[in-house]
Design a protein around this ligand. Structure first.
Ligand code: AMP
Length: 308
């Protein structure tokens, strides 16, 4: 496995692979890798000849410098996880490699209108510009490839797909299932910052999504009814401060009003739990695209944890 800090070296390594007739899979991450990330690497491994993982905590997508400072960084362990999961290249650029003018932001940034506007975009102004800009750069560095993203960040996936399409980038964006703990909590690098009580309370996000699905399964056909069901569940957890819980059109991310086609609806939720902002989402149909730890991953992270 090659560990590269230079964008040119990463570009050259992947160009060489393509010149030799090999396909390239890219998995962009911010590190602190868990089995959700490993599932993306495993999918890329299964579908591509050469797998590149990027690890970069992108300062452009953090509004709050405190949040950025507290973001977990576990590079040594991440490299072991990448090796175990079968990565061929790990790109770990220093900030100056991605943004030479930093701390001044780059002169050129990418904004995706429409799908960025609501939900995470409204709660975290500038966040999706930061995401779209860094992913556009990673796509330029990687070149023609398949790029793997988690449905966990549903709106981010929509933003990245739109960006790749609008800029005619030679990248096929692949959305991958959400990996959850046995109790339903979606894996996130931020979960390590939850106290025991907060960790227990955090399962309410998955429970609220289940309540939304339940409402639809028992005949609710308006966004308002589904929203009420999710909110009522979330309200049962005093440690959780709900930001939004909504039923949206899965393509436009506009809030659903009357629901004719349940299959076209996505449920989104975001909440502050102690020091951590958590997001989750679900198809409107029961268990449509989620997996639990161990089911679809290589278990590489768990194995490393057992080894110590
Ligand atoms: P991050 O390191 O949080 O920026 O995430 C890197 C990639 O991993 C993104 O495409 C995320 O959507 C994906 N990801 C994060 N958590 C999960 C999860 N629990 N299941 C599946 N994919 C995930």
């Amino acid at each position: 496995m090659e560990v590269l800090e230079s964008a040119a070296a990463c570009h050259d390594a992947l160009e060489r692979a393509r010149a030799a007739g090999r396909t390239v899979g890219l998995v962009p991450t911010m590190g602190a890798l868990h089995d959700g990330h490993v599932s993306l690497v495993a999918r890329a491994r299964a579908e591509c000849d050469v797998v590149a993982v990027s690890i970069f905590v992108n300062p452009l997508q953090f509004g709050d410098p405190e949040d950025m400072a507290r973001y977990p960084r576990t590079l040594e362990r991440d490299l072991l996880v990448c090796a175990e999961a079968g990565a061929d290249v790990v790109f770990v650029p220093p900030v100056g490699e991605m943004y030479p003018s930093w701390p001044a932001p780059p002169a050129t940034t990418v904004s995706v209108c429409g799908v960025s506007d609501r939900w995470e975009g409204a709660s975290r102004p500038g966040h999706f510009d930061g995401v779209a800009t860094v992913v556009a750069k990673l796509f330029a560095i990687a070149g023609r490839c398949r790029a793997y993203f988690g449905l966990k960040d549903f709106q981010q996936l929509a933003v990245v797909r739109q960006m790749a399409r609008d800029l005619s980038l030679p990248v096929a964006v692949v959305g991958c299932p959400i990996v959850r703990e046995a109790d339903g909590l979606a894996l996130s690098s931020r979960n390590v910052r939850l106290s025991g009580a907060e960790r227990a309370a955090a399962t309410v996000l998955a429970r609220a999504l289940a309540a939304g699905r339940g409402a639809l399964a028992t005949g609710a056909r308006s966004g308002a009814e589904v929203r009420r069901a999710m909110r009522a569940t979330a309200a049962g957890e005093p440690l959780v401060r709900l930001d939004y819980a909504v039923a949206v059109d899965a393509s436009s991310l506009e809030e659903a009003d009357a629901i004719d086609d349940v299959g076209a609806v996505r449920l989104l939720i975001a909440a502050q739990v102690g020091p951590v902002r958590l997001i989750d989402n679900s198809a409107a149909l029961e268990g449509a695209d989620d997996v639990h730890v161990g089911a679809a991953t290589t278990g590489a992270v768990r194995q490393l944890e057992r080894i110590g």
